[in-house]
Every structure is written in C-alpha cells, then in structure tokens.
Design a protein around this ligand. Structure first.
Ligand SMILES: Cc1cc2nc3c(=O)[nH]c(=O)nc-3n(C[C@H](O)[C@H](O)[C@H](O)COP(=O)(O)OP(=O)(O)OC[C@H]3O[C@@H](n4cnc5c(N)ncnc54)[C@H](O)[C@@H]3O)c2cc1C
Length: 469
C-alpha cells in the first residue's frame, strides 16, 4: 500500500549541514535517509505503512524533542511521532520523532498513579503496577504504546468496569509547535488538557503522562474457542448474553483465521474459529457463574478462562507482539441483532472465502458511557460495540483485503452509529471525513479552535488531523 510516501519523500530533502547542526543539540541520533541506522530508527509494528521521513530524531530526552520541533518549524516541515508503529501513518516529508528511548515508568503506590515517559509500552506499566496489586487501563496488546493509545481514548480489556484510559489521565507534559514544554492538567491549560484526551497527536509531542491505577491484582479471564462452523450460533448467544452482564464483565468476540504454523495450538491451527475473550473483575466463583452460559453454547475447543494474575492480561487477546503488515478498518455499532450476525457471517464466516484474519466486536457500555468531571474529547455516545476487522498481508494482498473490508463494512452499515473510534482509525482508513466522524460537531469545533491556538500552522498533521480553526 502506498500512502503517498514516495512522492512526498522525494520532494523534501534536508541538507547534511542542517542535520549536523540539529545533532549538536540532541543526545539521541539524528539521521537522514540512506544513513546507517535510519532504517532501524524508522522500524515500526505495522509493516504495511513503512516510515520514510525526511529526517528522524531518536529522542532521548525532552530537550531532544524540543530541538526536533524547533528544527521542523525552521524548515517548514510537519512533525510526526513514532513510539511503536501500531498505528503508523505516513511520515513522508516530515521530521519523525522516535520516542522509544524515553522509557521510564514510576509508580506512586500511595496515590495509585503511574508516570510514564513517551516511549513506554503497556506491559512495562502492567508489570510495574502489578508488583503493588495495581492495574492500569492498558490496551489488549502488551506492545502498544501508552501515550498514543491514551491520546486516542484507550479502550482497555477492563474498560467497561473503569472507563476509557483517557478518562483517568491526571497530567500531561508536552512540547507544543512553538517548542515550549507545557504541562496540562484539569487546572493548568485546561482546554489543552481536555483536547489531548481523545484529540490524538494534534497538539504536540507528549513527553510524559500521569494517570490513575486501579486495585486489580487478579482477573477471571481468558478465551473460549469454538469451531468456525458454529459462528452464527456463538455470536448470537454472546450478543444476547452481553446485554445483561454487570459492568465488571468485559468481553469481546472475534472470528479468527489462524495460520497453519506450529505456534498455533492444534485444534485452532490453519482454520477459522470463534474466540470469545473474557476479563471479569471480580471473584473466580462469580466469574465462573457468569461465564457458564457461554460454555454451554457449543463444544469448546480450548477453554483458557480461569483466575489469572492481572500481569497476564495480554494473554486474553494474544495479539502478535512482533511486527506484521496490517490492513484494517473499524466502525461503531448501535445494537446487536441476529441480522447483524447474519451479515458478518455471510461476509467473513467459514463459507465466505474471506481473506480477513480477524473480525472482532468489543462490548462497550458500563463505565465507558460515563465521562470524567473535567470532560474530554471522547464521543462514543450511542455505541454499544466496536467492530474492527483486519487482514494481514503485504502490498500484493492489500487490494483484495481492502475490497473485502469494504464488503464487510457495507454489510453492517445498517447497524453503524456513523461514528468512529479514533484509536481504531488507522492509516488505510484515515481521511478528513473519518476524523470528523470521530467527534460530535461541537467537539470537533472546540478541538479545531484549540488546535488553532496551539498549532496554527498545523505542524502536527500527519495522523488524525484536526484542521486549525
Ligand atoms: C495489535 C493491536 C492491538 C490494539 N489494541 C488496542 C486496544 O486494546 N485498545 C485501544 O484503544 N487501541 C488498541 N489498538 C490501537 C492503538 O491504541 C493505536 O494504534 C495507538 O495509536 C497506538 O499507539 P502507539 O504509540 O503504540 O503507536 P504509534 O504508531 O507509534 O503512534 C500512533 C500515533 O499516536 C500518536 N502518538 C504516539 N506517541 C505520541 C506522543 N508522544 N505525542 C503525541 N502523539 C503521539 C501519534 O499521532 C502517532 O502517529 C491496538 C492496535 C494494534 C495494532
């Protein structure tokens, strides 16, 4: 897939002299295309969207980020940020700031908070907090970056119980377009604080984030796998069951096509299966009682639902931790009906000849419907499920995957809220219209006004761009 990297990359060239001048201000490396280390510095999780910026800065400290942003402003170039590349967008023609070296995590056990630097990934926080019986509102994947995830809302496997990660942020440190380091909290720069929590990477490079932790040391969780032929039955039963569960019960369901590789256990290898994921925040006894109707739907191929330490939460979704080429699309659904299931199974079920690896619904509701007192730029009202579908394949397969994604999302359109969840809005799918659909009109107007104050020349425009008012 070409997201326009080549054409714009060719049109921007930064001189070696300019790059060397910048390098005198940074501790981390400054690299131009073709230089040794450039490819490694640009390596990212989603191999379908290669990073080829005009220059990359491996930021090792806040001053490196400030130098990079000021340099981009002088050169009249946009700034892109790469933490892990889970939601990589084209950085062609941009100054790319790689944050992975900024990886400190501090836990305040008394205050039940964590402070992380920009490059920290979720498993680091899960492990550090877990030593004290605490849990963050981490993502499903252990290798997703804390900052990128939280700026886009952050839908955790325990989100129905506690809310979005963005609802529990206390303090954000960032470098804005003018190169200044600012602090945003509910009382300092409150408009910026509101916008950052849901407005994604539009307002600057976040250098550190402080957020709440929760007293969760164990879960009753894991996965139930059913044969793909039972997809309609299992989806329907799960949908009916999810309507009545308490907020402590978090779940999702996915049609999976797993590759024929030895890492995949035998009954699942090389075929289509239905994967019901459970994360119950409560006792194993109550969890077992609540999950019993799911176990009775059909013969269970693998049942890994059990009491587990919270530090094992990543095993519930079991997302691949290594880089893969992802072509994906997402939507938000109003309601669950048997006709919705028919539409999904017709397009992606065992007889559909679908090239998609995952078609997933996550159950929303509960605390995800409640906004924090300081408010934030999260607008998922009216949505009861997310739908996310992904194909895994290089450039030769991208077109076929895109065509199939279009068929799936056209088929489920009658159940769509017409809105989008920013975190699931990735490179192949992000357009000005799609970004606008992520927010209520009044939210978008407020975001655009704040963007106009902090980034009037739209330097931070390479991802989910909000146009400055
Ligand atoms: C396998 C997988 C599982 C996922 N699971 C979940 C999930 O459970 N829940 C959920 O909500 N989302 C999930 N996501 C989506 C994920 O939250 C987004 O892809 C998120 O943007 C990843 O952030 P990152 O820093 O890891 O990725 P990157 O690609 O490095 O960054 C993505 C974007 O985040 C912004 N960003 C990152 N760091 C900064 C910074 N320091 N300052 C300013 N902007 C920054 C930039 O706009 C950047 O382009 C998942 C994605 C994948 C691929």
């Amino acid at each position: 897939m070409d997201h326009g990297q080549n054409s714009s990359q060719d049109s921007v060239a930064i001189s070696m002299d300019a790059a060397l001048r910048l390098a005198t201000e940074t501790v981390g490396p400054v690299l131009l295309p073709g230089e040794e280390g450039y490819d490694a510095e640009c390596a990212s999780y989603n191999l379908a969207v290669p990073q080829r910026p005009a220059l990359v800065v491996g930021a090792a400290r806040v001053a490196d980020v400030q130098a990079a942003v000021r340099f981009a402003a002088e050169q009249g170039l946009p700034v892109a940020v790469l933490a892990t590349g889970h939601s990589a967008h084209s950085s062609a023609g941009a100054v790319l700031v790689n944050t992975r070296r900024m990886d400190a995590v501090t836990i305040d056990v008394e205050a039940r908070t964590a402070r992380v630097e920009a490059g920290v990934r979720w498993q680091q926080v899960v492990d550090a907090a877990g030593k004290h019986g605490l849990a963050p509102l981490n993502g499903a994947s252990p290798t997703v970056g804390v900052v990128g995830y939280t700026l886009g809302g952050g839908l955790s496997p325990i989100g129905r119980t506690f809310g979005f990660a963005a609802d529990h942020v206390r303090r954000i440190e960032l470098v804005t377009a003018d190169g200044q380091l600012r602090v945003a909290t509910a009382t300092e720069e409150p408009e910026l604080f509101w916008a950052l929590r849901g407005g994604k990477g539009n307002f600057g490079v976040v250098t550190a984030l402080e957020f709440n932790l929760f007293p969760v040391s164990h879960l009753y969780g894991g996965g139930l796998f059913f044969a793909g032929e039972r997809a309609a039955e299992v989806f329907n039963a799960w949908g009916r069951w999810s309507a009545d569960v308490p907020d402590e019960m978090n779940s999702s369901i996915a049609l999976l096509q797993l590759p024929p590789v030895p890492e995949v256990p035998e009954p699942l290898r090389g075929g289509m299966v239905v994967h019901v994921r459970i994360a119950y925040v409560g006792s194993a006894e109550e969890g077992e009682r609540l999950v019993a109707p799911l176990r009775a739907i059909a013969p269970v191929l693998i049942d890994s639902v059990t009491e587990m330490p919270y530090t094992a939460v990543a095993s519930i979704h079991a997302d691949p931790p290594f880089p893969i080429p992802i072509v994906d699309r997402s939507g938000l659904l109003r309601e669950f009906t048997s006709e919705l299931v028919d539409a999904i199974v017709a397009q992606a079920g065992p007889d559909a000849g679908s090239p998609l690896a995952i078609v997933e619904l996550r159950h929303l509701g509960g605390a995800l419907n409640r906004r924090p007192p300081s408010g934030n730029a999260m607008d998922l009202q009216g949505a009861t499920f997310t739908c996310y579908a992904v194909g895994i394949g290089g450039p030769d397969q991208a077109e076929a995957i895109q065509a199939h994604l279009t068929r799936v999302f056209e088929a489920i359109q009658p159940w769509s809220t017409g809105r989008r969840f920013v975190n699931f809005l990735t490179a192949g799918d992000v357009t000005a219209e799609a970004v606008a659909e992520a927010y209520l009109p009044e939210t978008y107007r407020r975001l655009a006004a704040i963007k106009g104050s902090y980034d009037p020349t739209n330097m931070f425009r390479t991802t989910h761009n909000i146009i400055p008012a």
